[in-house]
Design a binder for this molecule. Structure first.
Ligand code: MG
Ligand code: ZN
Length: 373
């Protein structure tokens, strides 16, 4: 068709152009407004040993829709430590908590073993509440990196004593042995109670706790909590609900780290049933967190892993492409990048490929960002 210029068509085009400029301007303003939204709260969920195949297991083995599919922003992190290509949970948790690459086994200390501040210490100074939850002992590497400075992750009694003097306001996990059955005969439960904690070594309270004047500590097993396959029940989701009720009473905001610790243990055991059941439990907990964040609207949710464990993949069985056979390639960790999922104010910062230390950098910049810039 031959192009035919007519004045009225030109006029309509001009009007359209002006209108689209206005719409674009409005869209830009809305985008800018969203981009300066500072999250009041940040919840970091760590699936220990959770690579992409572990996440994919929720697609094939979970009865309901995977909560991972609710995230709008996806990224990948590189996990190597300062000392080794393949990290352990201690150095990678230190990357999340303190923003540094250190040696495998280190918790909150640099390569030369000097202490490096954790995000918990930094945000406590500006009045933000903090909590940690894990299905392992609370002194295990991943949760410990958020409150301790210890040369070796194996020093569990030392780590436990550092929880007493830390800024943590809420904790739930296992590890009571390291608090009550110690070589130095200290009773750390008593010491925590003297520090304004309500301590419980038996169970999570069933009703909603309304006494928010005290901090809360739950140590529900001598060491790690039982496997989900051996009757742990909804501990991870229930402890998360309890923590959200308590921490969200702080008008200054909160930081909560929630760990699905035993996804890693299933990987080390090359036990697919163990791994997948722990992954589904973690997925359910993500659902609890996202439901809270979606109604709260001021909460940034980040889900990631410290590393992959087991070289796990979902292969085919005997050439049948309709049968999935979970396969492992190692009983240790692997070097593959691990996914990051983000949702909420400024979630877009978590897209792309970057080092695990950037999780700390981004969280810190958001906590210390003021609303005007
Ligand atoms: Mg761990
Ligand atoms: Zn591991």
């Amino acid at each position: 068709m031959k192009f035919c210029f007519k004045p009225f068509l030109f006029l309509i085009c001009c009007m359209g152009f002006v209108a689209s400029c206005n719409t674009k301007k409005e869209v830009t303003l809305v985008a800018e407004k969203n981009s300066i939204t500072k999250p009041k709260n940040i919840i970091l969920l760590v699936g220990d040993g959770m690579g992409l195949s572990q996440v994919s297991a929720s697609q094939f083995y979970k009865n309901s829709k995977s909560n991972f599919e609710r995230f709008p922003i996806i990224g990948l992190i590189k996990t190597s430590s300062a000392s080794e290509l393949i990290t352990d949970s201690a150095s990678s948790a230190t990357a999340f908590a303190s923003g540094i690459k250190t040696y495998n086994g280190a918790l909150g200390v640099n390569l030369d073993t000097t202490s490096v501040k954790t995000i918990v210490e930094e945000i406590s100074e500006i009045g933000i509440s903090t909590g940690i939850i894990s299905t392992s002992s609370i002194t295990h590497a991943t949760p410990a990196a958020f409150y301790t400075h210890t040369k070796k992750r194996s020093m569990a009694e030392d780590i436990a004593s550092q929880l007493v003097t830390s800024e943590i306001d809420f904790f739930a996990g296992g590890g009571s042995d390291y608090f009550t059955n110690r070589k130095d005969n200290r009773d750390l439960i008593l010491e925590l109670e003297e520090k304004n904690f309500i301590m419980n070594l038996n169970s999570l309270p069933t009703g909603i706790t309304t006494d928010f004047s005290k901090k809360q500590g739950y140590l529900l097993a001598p060491k790690g909590l039982p496997k989900i396959l051996e009757g742990r029940g909804n501990f991870l989701s229930d402890a998360t609900t309890l923590a959200l009720n308590y921490l969200s009473t702080n008008e200054n905001g909160f930081f909560l780290m929630i760990e699905g610790a035993q996804i890693d243990w299933g990987g080390h055991d090359n036990d697919a049933d163990y791994l997948i059941s722990e992954l589904i439990d973690f997925d359910n907990t993500i659902g609890v967190v996202l439901d809270f964040a979606e109604s709260n609207k001021e909460t940034l949710v980040i889900v990631t892993a410290d590393h992959e464990t087991g070289g796990f993949t979902l292969g085919q069985e005997n050439g049948d492409y309709n049968k999935i056979k979970p396969v492992f390639s190692t009983t240790g960790h692997s070097a593959t990048m691990v996914p990051v999922f983000a949702s909420g104010p400024n979630a877009r910062l978590f897209g792309g490929i970057y080092e695990n230390t950037a999780i700390y950098d981004k969280m810190k910049s958001l906590f210390f960002k003021n609303n005007e810039n």
